[in-house]
Design a protein around this ligand. Structure first.
Ligand code: HEC
Ligand code: HEC
Length: 300
């Protein structure tokens, strides 16, 4: 009822409810008044020559049931919300019940998570129970983007290869999951030169990881890489503080080959990893980070 801006609607709903109940009772009383219509107790209606409509009183059990439903609704409206804005004597509300159940579940979970409290992520990763919880948390919250095997897909990083945009230490993983990440590469074509320069530079980028490339074009493109060094480093090994990928390994988040890299230079890219700090508790995130860490490390 808090959705109503003025008290008038609350009064209107309450009045309509009470009036409805009163009308039900009135109907019962009127209907139970016996009206004698004809000497043979019939209403005078006759069908198919000899079928006559009688005017018998309502059965007693039916009357009692009817009155009981009215009594029930009066009691219900006194105890539970239903009369406009009136909250009911019990003070029950669906959100209140939900909160109480949540609190109970959190209390039960706290006992389980207490074992991992304050432990380094790398230590939690050795606990089979934590890994089980982490696996379920991952399936529910992360698998939609990173895949149920966490191997990712184009645009969504593989979390099992120990190759990190932002770093793979336990604390960094906690930060990534809690706060989310925004990876932004601006369109760079203007800083590089014409279409030919961009293509040559793409071949130089491919040469950094020993991927198939045209070495003549790569040699011509080399000098243009200065435009990229601020983020990817002079040697192309990337910068985890910016989430700029290492270009010297064969791990490609957005695909490789001349067309893919030319498109990357021309259009730039923005990738968004949503924050989970408001959806998951810090304990859950610690266990989840341990699960992710464990995906790319040997477990005893
Ligand atoms: C809506 C899709 C989406 C969801 C859901 C999502 N992620 Fe991500 N995640 C991404 C994208 C996209 C990136 C890459 C961000 C970038 O390139 O800057 C990323 C990056 C990451 C990274 C950084 C990888 C690296 O190489 O440094 C980690 C770790 C990660 N996600 C873990 C998780 C976990 C754990 C969950 C579940 C709580 C999760 N993600 C849920 C889309 C998602
Ligand atoms: C302002 C920083 C910045 C500059 C300058 C920059 N990049 Fe990037 N680059 C990034 C970031 C951040 C990403 C990752 C985007 C994401 O998270 O999806 C990226 C991604 C890439 C990728 C995709 C890598 C993959 O794994 O798929 C390529 C290729 C690339 N950059 C090449 C270049 C080249 C060539 C230049 C120079 C013309 C350049 N970048 C300049 C920040 C930068």
């Amino acid at each position: 009822m808090s959705d109503f801006v003025s008290n008038g609607w609350s009064l209107f709903v309450a009045a309509a409810t009470v009036l409805g109940l009163a009308l039900c009772l009135a109907l019962l009383i009127i209907a139970s008044r016996r009206k004698v219509m004809a000497a043979d107790n019939s209403t005078g209606h006759v069908w198919d020559e000899d079928i006559r409509e009688l005017n018998n009183p309502l059965p007693r059990w039916w009357m009692v049931l009817f009155v009981l439903t009215v009594v029930f609704s009066v009691l219900y409206l006194a105890l539970y919300p239903g009369l406009g804005g009136y909250a009911g004597r019990l003070g029950w509300s669906s959100t209140g019940q939900f909160d109480a159940e949540q609190a109970k579940a959190r209390e039960a979970m706290r006992a389980i998570y207490a074992r991992f409290d304050g432990l380094p992520v790398e230590t939690v990763a050795r606990d089979p129970q934590a890994m089980g919880i982490g696996e379920r948390l991952f399936a529910n919250n992360c698998a939609t983007c990173h895949g149920s095997d966490a191997k990712g897909s184009k645009g969504f990083p593989n979390l099992t290869d120990n190759d990190w945009l932002y770093g793979g230490s336990g604390e960094t993983l906690i930060e990534t999951i809690t706060r989310g990440r925004e990876g932004t590469m601006p369109p760079m074509a203007a800083a590089v030169g014409n279409g030919e320069d961009v293509r040559n530079l793409a071949h130089y980028v491919l040469s950094l990881s020993g991927s198939p490339h045209n070495s003549v074009a790569a040699a011509l493109g080399k000098s243009r890489f200065t435009a990229c060094a601020a983020c990817h480093g002079m040697d192309g090994r990337g910068n985890q503080a910016l989430g700029a990928p290492n270009l010297t390994d064969k791990v490609w988040l957005h695909g490789w080959g001349e067309p893919a890299i030319v498109a990357m230079i021309n259009n730039g890219k923005h990738s968004h990893m949503p924050e989970h700090g408001s959806r998951l508790s810090p304990e859950q995130i610690r266990v989840l980070a341990a699960y992710v860490w464990g995906l790319s490390h040997e477990r005893p």
